[in-house]
Design a protein around this ligand. Sequence first.
Ligand code: PHE
Length: 455
Amino acid sequence: MSSSGIKSRDAFATTLGAFTATVGSAIGLGNIWKFPYLTGSNGGAAFVLAYLLCVALVGIPIMIAEHVIGRRTRQNAVQAYETVIPRQRGWSAIGWGGLVAAVLIMAFYTDVAGWVFAYVFKSLRAFVVGTTLGQGDFAALAGGTWEPLAWQLGVLALACFIIASGVSKGIERATKTLMPLLFVLLLICDVRALSLPGASAGVSYLFRPDLAKLTAPVLLAALGLAFFKLSLGMGTMTTYGSYLPEATRIFPNAARVAVADTVVSLLAGLAIFPAVFAFGGTPAGGPGLLFNTIPLVFAKMPAGGLFTTLFFILTAVATIGAMVSLIEVPVAWLTEKRRLSRPVAAIVTGAGMFALGALATLSQSPVLSGVKIFGKSFFDLFDFLSSNLLLPLGGLAIAVVAGWLLARTDFQAELDKGFAARPWHTKLMSAFVKFVAPVLILVILLDSLGILRLS
Ligand code: PHE
């Protein structure tokens, strides 16, 4: 229970707990699967650079804005935005957009998480029989019908079960213990990948930008990824803000989360691209990149198959933290506004997510692979609509609320909490939330619509 004495709501017990839970939401498939996959399909280092700038200039300020609004209102995302500005209930649209985004994200996220869980077992079996998983194995899994559906359903059921058991107990405990392990295993992967002959080409691919590659779609993808990875623009971080202890210092907490999240992404990139180049693969390998590369990284190592299995186990754990935070958005609303019990709310939410999720999964099997909407499969469409559209738009609206409508003194008072005197960053961050972040989001969105030409 937080020091503010809220009795009716669950809350993070300590600042450390709040930090690890926030990191637990941020770190997930976004780092391990999506960051390498998008970096590979958007041309490498230029994308990484754009992504890092988006995190620093947009991501951190929006995370701060969400935490301020969450902690001030201490409500679920929909009600937080409904009440944060008196007599302007319409901002609850941010919360509604967030509910939609959460369901859209979960639709493809659970598909990928299902692959991860499947790979835990597949890599263990490969180890036992003495083979290595190859491209054909991934294609067979992702392109199948019942198998990926069953994994998706299993993963969703597990996440809903965790959610039903409560905030601090469920989320904090799992993330605190297992995240450091993932970190160590990524380091082992990196050492292994970097020592492969030809690995340096992968390092340059990741860190030597060719600025000519910074086109409008690349910038939009980088912005979308920054939102997606830091769980921003849809109320997750607002909800988590509502659980923050009064003593937690909002800016240092957000900055640490962003740094930790970025480090994990770069570590994942350093495990994958050197290996891709060393084995003569293609960086633009699409969503299968992670699954096709990691088994190769470990293939020739002693007990490599066991490391592969461990890698997918820890990735599975990371996906749970993120999924739990996604499901928490609708569940917090259903329990507080609609007065459903947590288990019922979790079941209702999970059922809705599975309905859409099945479309995303089947869009890669012969069943629905022929169906394209705006030229995209359901899987790609859900991803594009949520990451590249709803989250940045949500972020823009959040910046308007926190930067322009909320009284500046109120905004700054939240940033000052936990400090004896006003820290250096309070004024800087209010300027970022008010000007820098919204202007950048707007420019990138307009650029990608062709209304404004940057490049
Ligand atoms: N940040 C999570 C990840 O990187 C995904 C996520 C997005 C979680 C939005 C919550 C909200 O995997």
